[in-house]
Ligand binder design. Structure first.
Ligand SMILES: [Zn+2]
Length: 377
């Protein structure tokens, strides 16, 4: 029973021109891709029809690769000894794991374990221990939402444990360009939506409609559990960041948040204020951080921060739109970047998202917006 509308089965077709159609999985170098537990499902609508490209990369050097050394060296100076991996049951098969670095999601069930992101290499043992409190089954698949080391740092370790690494082809390319060890490279890459049929539900692996945080961003939608891991295109603790050195675009976040709003759904009436009647929704487990989720709405695992829902996606999207429009309008009036920063276009959100230090500063957010709108985006 669900009180909200059914999840869209072909969400991309709802916000892009063209219609979705099923195409067969096309595997290169290895014709047994369909035996890996996934299959290609949908083409990306658009003017140019392309063949869904799923690539299974050579496994031959994987076993020989030193699994941990290079990744460990990267973070050798960081002390992870006090980090605790905390698990929260989100919904259905899906649990959220929080430690140091990006949030993780894990599906556990009869088919085994599927993990989304894996933080830093030195945390692998702790992450595995946390997973083992949920399931003794093999960790079969690890999906990377994007290239950053706080989400992919454990890749080689999990591959050495027998997991198949799965990521957007741009993630593999950028990891390879960064001289990552062979064992850390995804062995199965895609450039269009694919689906796993795992633990009794469809798990959609969905490239974003636009580069946003990076050019390899991927959304992971557990359709029956009704949970989406967004990667870093959505965070609850800071302004969004476009990693321009990895192909990111800040204004692309608006497109991707619209994509997420199409994918997710809120219990009927909630947005209009009529949705909280007692008994209107099926019983739900207590969500992450003790927050009760008694509605049938989609739960959102952000790249960083606490468990969220569609309403928070909406507010985050609207925030970016408002600030972008202010920056664009002020730039068109001839204000310089420094004048715009001094005028504080993000003032109303600074208490919630603002920062003066670290990688996600308010200044960086405004400066990136300025660069993009003055470039005509
Ligand atoms: Zn990131």
């Amino acid at each position: 029973m669900t009180a909200g509308p059914a999840p869209p089965r072909s969400p991309a077709a709802r916000h892009l021109p063209g219609s979705a159609s099923r195409k067969p999985c096309v595997a290169r170098r290895n014709s047994s891709a369909a035996s890996c537990g996934f299959r290609g499902t949908r083409s990306r609508p658009g003017n140019v029809r392309r063949r869904l490209r799923i690539v299974v990369h050579s496994l031959q050097t994987l076993v020989a690769a030193a699994c941990c050394a290079a990744s460990l060296q990267t973070f050798a100076q960081t002390d992870f000894s006090n980090v605790e991996i905390v698990t929260h049951h989100v919904s259905g098969n899906v649990h959220m794991l929080v430690g140091a670095g990006g949030n993780m999601a894990v599906s556990v069930g009869e088919d085994g374990v599927l993990l989304v992101d894996n933080q830093f290499a030195p945390l692998t043992d702790k992450i595995v221990a946390a997973i083992r409190t949920l399931s003794d089954a093999p960790i079969r698949f690890v999906i990377n939402t994007h290239v950053h080391g706080d989400h992919t740092g454990g890749n080689a370790n999990f591959a050495a444990l027998g997991a198949t690494l799965v990521a957007h082809e741009n993630v593999r390319a950028r990891l390879a360009a960064a001289d990552s060890p062979e064992g850390a490279l995804p062995v199965l890459t895609f450039d269009e939506e694919i689906s796993f049929h795992f633990n009794g539900e469809e798990v959609s692996i969905i490239p974003t409609v636009s580069p946003a945080h990076t050019d390899g961003d991927t959304l992971v939608y557990f359709r029956e559990s009704n949970v989406i891991h967004t990667g870093d295109v959505f965070v609850t603790l800071s302004f969004p960041v476009a990693d321009t050195s990895n192909g990111g675009r800040l204004t692309g976040h608006i497109d991707v948040l619209n994509q997420l709003l199409e994918l997710s759904h809120t219990a009927a009436g909630f947005l209009s204020g009529f949705g909280n009647a007692p008994g209107a929704y099926p019983e739900r487990p207590v969500g992450a951080l003790g927050r009760p989720h008694d509605r049938s709405d989609t739960l959102i695992v952000p790249g960083h921060g606490r468990l969220a829902d569609e309403v928070e996606l909406l507010l985050f999207r609207n925030m970016i739109v408002v600030i972008r429009d202010r920056v664009r309008t002020w730039a068109e009036r001839g204000m310089t970047l420094e004048e715009i920063i001094a005028a504080r276009p993000a003032l109303g959100w600074e208490a919630r998202y603002g920062a003066d230090t670290g990688p996600r500063t308010t200044r960086r957010f405004i400066e990136t917006l300025y660069n993009e709108v003055t470039a005509g985006e």
